[in-house]
Design a protein around this ligand. Structure first.
Ligand code: GLN
Length: 520
């Protein structure tokens, strides 16, 4: 079997009319020292799909290359909590199917990793918590069912902050994940394992969950694309809940097109999630015209706390975009500074309710020494939960208590409404809002663990998008130099109106094309 090298041009006959463009994007990404060129793990989902369907490569080689990278590198990186070695057997079955009949699904035979708060029937799902260390899922999450139907191969479960609470994976009960670009730094969180898995080629794509930035922020820190859909676009059935009014599942990938392929596969209404919406998704045009696109740049996102290198790179990109006919203008989102405080009332409140089920009886291993039921509950929870989870349960219980409910929870809901209205007004004048994904590139281990508020600030640009229920994407747009010749990636966040993922992906793809021709 001939293995196409990433540096030899692929046959355009087999790889579609856009092969040239996609190739440039990939080669740019491949300058990232993390990826080893030449093996199949460097493929984008789009390239691998074409190669599999044309018979140039087989599923077994692709899956086995991903497993090799996991075996070689994951002892250091720790992106995975569980690796499914039986993926190889599944790959052989897929090869047999491909030999018999043409397959059209773009995800057929593609190895995908899942954040370990997403259920796969018969497999462990820990949510990064000791309390679920031995929990086996009894059914497939709707997104998993859809991925399986599309022919994707689930290669394993990735590490996360406990119950998706955190911004660095340092809150995982099973030890942190390292940032593949600089192992002395965090990969971001809470979906840090999924971001690191895609950045290293351990999987071609991954799913994460985003409640306040947990897909976009780690995507920014690891130099990959990460996308959070409109609230209600993707079913949450089978996602271990953190804050139900904010949680959404979304993709990590090397390119915007790959993220769109995964998004298309998982989107749609679901009878098991009453907040999901039956809204068909029509994919963005391949050559989305940037000319005439109106971009809003919130002045509140470019103030103190933002790394000057990130601000100047975004400024530089906006100039390039204006040359392409984009109309960029400054806008105001006046309630931006209230997003983080409102988020840290709403989230703990919902967390305190959602996590009540982990009581040693319904879920979790009980402390059997205790005769008394109350003692059993409290010992089980004291032993099973880590400090951040406990902090939020206590805060949330307080915010929801009779005397404080109006002052905290109701107030936060009102602020939430104002934040959504800010965006509503902005979208009367612009098609897309653009800004930084994170205030800084990846920070060092331990740098923020002693001060929860400094950790919370890592999500200052992402939480408002969840409070408003909007879709957002983080696109890798630049790097800043670090010690030892390392380069730390950072992302640019793009936000579109509710259910307008088509414009979001189209515009992101247009910008990705420009980036490929003007590297930072
Ligand atoms: N880092 C944020 C938090 O700790 C966001 C988490 C998430 O999106 N799951 O709440």
């Amino acid at each position: 079997m001939k293995r196409p090298s990433l540096f030899t041009p692929l046959d355009p006959e087999n790889f579609g009319s856009e092969a040239g463009d996609e190739k440039r994007v990939y080669q740019k990404q491949n300058k990232n020292p993390v990826l080893k060129g030449g093996d199949l793990t460097g493929f984008t989902i789009e390239e691998a799909g074409h190669a599999l369907r044309s018979g140039a490569v087989n599923v077994r080689d692709l899956v086995s290359d991903c497993l090799s990278v996991i075996h070689e590198r994951d002892r250091d990186i720790h992106a995975f909590l569980d690796v499914y070695e039986d993926a190889l057997r599944e790959a052989e079955e897929k090869d047999a199917i491909l030999r018999d009949a043409p397959e059209t699904s773009p995800l057929f035979g593609i190895p995908i990793a899942l954040k370990d708060n997403i259920l796969v029937e018969g497999k462990r799902a820990t949510a990064g918590s000791k309390i679920l260390e031995n929990y086996t899922a009894g059914f497939d999450a709707t997104v998993v069912r859809k991925l399986k139907e599309a022919g994707a191969i689930i290669i394993g479960k990735t590490n996360l902050d406990e119950f998706a609470m955190g911004s660095s994976t340092e809150n995982s009960a099973f030890g942190p994940t390292k940032n593949p670009c600089d192992e002395s730094r965090v990969p971001g969180g809470s979906s840090g394992g999924s971001a690191a898995a895609v950045a290293t080629g351990m999987a071609l794509g991954a799913l994460g969950s985003d409640t306040g930035g947990s897909i976009r922020q780690p995507a920014s820190f690891c130099g990959v694309v990460g996308m959070k859909p409109t609230y209600g676009r993707v079913s949450r059935h089978g996602l271990i809940a953190m804050a139900s009014s904010l949680d959404q599942i979304g993709p990590f990938a090397k390119t915007v097109r790959d993220a769109e392929i995964m998004f298309s596969a998982i989107a749609g209404g679901d009878e098991f999630d009453a907040t999901s919406v039956h809204h068909s998704y029509e994919e963005a045009e391949k050559s989305f015209a940037l000319r005439g696109l109106r971009i809003g740049v919130p002045k509140e996102y470019f103030r103190e706390g933002l790394d000057p290198a990130i601000a100047s790179r975004i400024g530089e990109l906006l100039k390039l975009l204006e040359k392409e006919g984009v109309v960029a203008k400054e806008i105001s989102l006046p309630h931006s500074s209230y997003a983080l405080p409102a988020y840290y009332i709403v989230v703990p409140s919902e967390v305190s309710a959602n996590l009540a089920r982990f009581d040693g009886i319904r879920y979790g291993v009980p402390d059997r020494e205790e005769e008394n039921l109350f003692e059993m509950y409290s010992k089980t929870r004291a032993r099973g939960f880590g400090p951040e989870v406990k902090r939020r349960i206590i805060l949330g219980t307080y915010a929801l208590s009779a005397g404080y409910y109006d002052a905290y929870y109701v107030k936060a809901q009102k602020v939430r409404r104002e934040i959504a209205s800010d965006f509503e007004s902005a979208f009367r004048d612009v098609d897309i809002v653009i800004g930084p994904t994170t205030p800084t590139p990846a920070f060092r281990f331990g740098e923020k663990t002693g001060d929860p508020v400094s950790m919370y600030l890592a999500d200052i640009y992402t939480v408002a998008v969840n409070l408003a229920g909007l879709p957002g994407i983080s696109l890798p747009v630049g790097t800043v130099p670090a010690e030892g010749g390392k380069k730390l990636p950072f992302g640019m966040q793009m936000i579109s109106p509710w259910f307008d993922e088509k414009t979001l992906f189209g515009a992101a793809r247009g910008i990705e094309r420009i980036l490929a021709s003007s590297p930072s």
